[in-house]
Design a protein around this ligand. Structure first.
Ligand code: ATP
Ligand code: MG
Length: 484
């Protein structure tokens, strides 16, 4: 070995080789494995001489510097030269990178100049190192400060470990503190559907990738959709990936709503809507007519009901136009108990025919809301009609009303087939129907009306047990009404 070294120092009149004293030597195989390390390696980097033998030189190098090393080596070999020098960051035993001046000599056999290995001589470049380190840490601090204030979530991943997460990512992952994210594995957050592609493609990518659509899990296990840019970077000397994550759940929802709205605006849908609204009163009219045929002399109040039902058809047809093109509607205080009584009277014939009893539990006090009477009636017609339709073998429907602060809650509870979980999110979407003859517009109209009355609807259901639709509406506030 010494002979060879002498030979090289003589062959290559490089000042650095001559001044490297003591000789911190490494000998590498052609594919970068260390076959020899001089005893001084311990003094320089803290490793024991034998500890580094059989390991890859690459493992000690900062990745970009190693790439640089390989490039230089290849170009030296290509030009049939033997020697090059470069500055590299080499990891010492404590894990810190140290700047080193490295002189590399390609060892060739005298016969055919076949490459037999590479000899490295290293010298510490302490001044530069400390200056650069200060600069690097300063830059890193600036980077972190900047990124922490970005509205977009930024996460840095080294291997599979998350080493950095900015403030915005805590919102995104529903964490209270970045500590709940940093230090964890990316697989704790990434949806399992992306594991494979992350490992096989993105983690190896040397270029920026994206935007990609990714689904993530929050710390509480909920999922959200996102667009992600994956940018290869380095973090504290380690190869890493910077992920810019943007939550697109809301945007996707809006896109879906827009598509539905688009569908709705079509003339055909409007016609279907009108047909839907006309059907309920017509059913009642047909029922009464059949009864009258049997018993013509009595029940003259059927005529009144028929008349008011016909008016209803007319009003509802007009009101439906409002859905397609919102316009001002007649608003007034409405007695909700009276309104629901009227609706259930209307649907009682249909209910009785199906062996269904409608039970009402109302508070004693008067409940007054403010809104459009026809529309509010429509809400309850739709809900009770749906309840009747899911109970072909009869049973009970409960309509419970209770005051809750400045609001009233009205629940329509049935004992029907229930709604399977996969259908729950479709409830209220136009044209979602599981019925042979259903238009799937009833609940869409209902949701729309309740929303326009500043109310909310919630649904809970258990398959084969029943479904509860609960509507919450603000109570009429007389003081505000007078103020208007
Ligand atoms: N009380 C309920 N129990 C079980 N499923 C329900 C209930 N209410 C609604 N659904 C489900 O929601 C779907 C949509 O209801 P919606 O009232 O919008 O339309 P529809 O009843 O199918 O049609 P239409 O109202 O035009 O007769 C129904 O087809 C049914 O699958
Ligand atoms: Mg319906």
């Amino acid at each position: 070995m010494q002979d060879r070294l002498t030979m090289f120092t003589h062959n290559n009149k490089q000042s650095f080789l001559l001044t490297a004293n003591p000789p911190y030597l490494l000998r590498l195989t052609n594919d970068g494995y260390i076959t020899y390390a001089s005893i001084y390696i311990h003094e320089l980097l803290g490793y024991h001489q034998n500890e580094v033998v059989q390991t890859s030189f690459k493992d000690y190098c900062y990745f970009r510097d190693y790439d640089h090393f390989i490039q230089k080596l290849e170009s030296v070999i290509a030009t049939n030269e033997d020697y090059f020098e470069l500055e590299m960051r080499i990891r010492n035993k404590t894990g810190k990178f140290q700047y080193m001046q490295v002189a590399a000599t390609v060892l060739r056999s005298s016969f055919h100049r076949k490459i037999e290995g590479i000899l490295l001589i290293m010298r510490e470049t302490t001044v530069q190192e400390s200056e650069l380190e200060v600069l690097y840490n300063e830059k890193l601090g600036q980077y972190e400060a900047l990124v922490n204030h970005l509205l977009e979530a930024v996460v840095i991943v080294c291997g599979e470990k998350i080493v950095f997460a900015n403030q915005a990512s805590t919102c995104l992952f529903k964490a209270n503190h970045v500590k709940e994210i940093i230090g964890k594995s990316i697989y704790d957050f990434l949806h399992s559907a992306h594991y494979e592609i992350w490992k096989s493609e993105y983690m190896k990518s040397a270029q920026t990738v994206g935007p990609m659509e990714f689904v993530w899990k929050t710390v509480c296990g909920n999922t959200f959709q996102s667009e992600v840019m994956i940018i290869p970077t380095n973090y504290k000397g380690e190869q890493a990936f910077q992920l810019l994550i943007r939550d697109v759940t809301e945007r996707k929802k809006t896109e879906r709503t827009l598509i539905e709205a688009e569908k709705l605006s079509m003339a055909g849908q409007l016609a279907a809507g009108i047909a839907h609204e006309i059907r309920n009163p017509l059913t009642a009219l047909k029922g009464f007519l059949q009864l009258m045929k049997l018993d013509l002399k009595t029940k003259s109040d059927y005529w009144d009901i028929m008349e008011s039902e016909l008016e209803r058809i007319e009003t509802i047809s007009n009101e439906l136009l409002f859905l397609a093109k919102p316009r001002s509607t007649e608003l007034k205080p409405i007695s909700l108990k009276k309104l629901i009584q009227e609706v259930s009277l209307l649907l009682e014939t249909q209910a009785i025919m199906h062996n269904i009893i409608i039970n009402k539990h109302f508070p004693n006090e008067e409940i007054v809301i403010y809104g459009n009477e026809v529309q509010i009636k429509q809400v309850f017609v739709n809900l009770i009609k749906n309840a009747i339709e899911v109970m072909p073998n009869g049973g009970h429907i409960f309509i419970n009303m209770e005051k809750d602060g400045g609001f009233v809650n009205i629940s329509v509870i049935d004992q029907g087939c229930g709604i399977p979980e996969e259908h729950l999110e479709k409830i209220g979407q136009p044209f979602f129907s599981t019925k042979k003859e259903g238009t799937g517009l009833g609940l869409m109209i209902t949701y729309n009306i309740v929303q326009n009355h500043h109310g909310t609807i919630s649904v809970s259901s258990q398959v084969n047990v029943g479904t509860t639709f609960t509507i919450t509406l603000p109570l009429f506030d007389e003081t505000q009404y007078i103020a208007k």
